[in-house]
Design a protein around this ligand. Structure first.
Ligand code: C2E
Ligand code: MG
Ligand code: MG
Ligand code: MG
Length: 285
């Protein structure tokens, strides 16, 4: 493999590592072209009310259609985008595109207007343009700020600087909601929650992966209880089984998201989903 590549300088590396390094370097260059050449696309996964399965909103999830590699997972390319700073222009595109589509969903909706959740990385929060980017995306799309939710992970809270706190307060001041993503996987500390103006806890799907093991269940119970105490909405991520839906609803968890309800889907499919879903899931618990 090394000889074929003709990059003698890399011989110090194990072949597998060498391959990984090269792949990352290639992805880095390719990612720079991805926006301009229209290779990025947003998919949308419904977030539903666990009481009746009706749609509360959607989460925008980025997809990269690489010309040779096919679909590249965001878990692979978002870290590269963060390292290179490309996450700032890419994130700006996500905000504009996500808000634009959210406005279409709101207009098409027959019932309560759906919300749109958009993921932000720490790098974007640290970047000076974030508040203007969100404001511009809202203004351009005509989306009401209360229909937008920005999802951040604990890494943002751990960057417990006045800068991060200030940025989140400024974002809140626009009227948008803030969700703490993958809650429970990091070094969550209750003190973070009081310092940052969070509205929604997204309970990580690892809380469900053990199914109904008593430990996991008591952790899920604790997160739902924490949400109730602090007056925060709780979204359970990664619901795949009807039993998980039942159990979470019994615990008092209000919202959920997962393959049981729907996988992330393209923009047109999300409009179709919204049009048919209330009746389709009406018979569920
Ligand atoms: P996340 O924000 O926690 O998004 C939820 C992930 O869980 C998505 O993976 C979704 O497809 C997956 N998921 C949803 N329901 C289920 C389920 O029932 N079972 C299983 N096994 N998985 C489920 P995805 O789309 O691959 O995204 C991975 C991560 O990449 C996201 O995690 C988020 O951290 C990041 N990401 C995606 N889009 C963006 C973006 O536009 N900007 C930034 N900064 N990060 C993004
Ligand atoms: Mg998320
Ligand atoms: Mg999540
Ligand atoms: Mg997650």
């Amino acid at each position: 493999y090394i000889a074929k590549r003709g990059k003698g300088g890399y011989r110090l590396f194990e072949p597998a590592m060498h391959e990984g390094v090269l792949a990352r370097l290639e992805l880095r260059t390719d990612l720079q072209r991805a926006i301009a050449t229209d290779q990025l696309e947003l998919h949308y996964q419904p977030i539903v009310h666990l009481a009746d399965g009706s749609v509360s909103g959607f989460e925008a999830l980025l997809r990269w259609h690489h010309p040779e590699r096919g679909m590249v997972s965001p878990t692979e390319f978002i870290p590269i985008a963060e390292e290179t700073g490309l996450v700032v222009p890419i994130g700006r595109w996500v905000l504009r595109e996500g808000c634009r589509h959210a406005r279409r969903l709101v207009t098409a909706s027959q019932g309560a207007a759906p919300r749109m959740s958009i993921n932000l990385s720490l790098k974007q929060i640290q970047h000076s343009d974030i508040v203007a980017d969100v404001r511009d995306a809202l203004a351009e799309s005509g989306l009401a700020p209360e229909r937008l939710v920005l999802e951040i992970t604990e890494s943002v809270l751990m960057d417990d600087t006045d800068l991060a706190v200030g940025r989140l307060r400024d974002l809140k001041a626009l009227g948008v909601g803030l969700a703490l993503d993958d809650f429970g996987t990091g070094y969550s500390s209750l003190s973070y929650l009081s310092r940052f103006p969070v509205d929604i806890l997204k309970m990580d799907r690892s809380f469900l992966s053990e199914g109904s093991s008593p430990d996991v269940r008591s952790l899920a119970t604790a997160v739902v209880g924490l949400g109730a105490t602090l007056g925060l909405e709780v979204v359970a991520e990664g619901i795949e089984l009807a039993e998980q839906w039942d159990a979470l609803h019994d615990l008092g968890c209000g919202l959920g998201q997962g393959f049981l309800f729907a996988r992330p889907m393209d923009a047109e499919a999300s409009l179709a989903f919204l049009a048919r879903t209330p009746s389709r899931l009406a018979s569920a618990p």
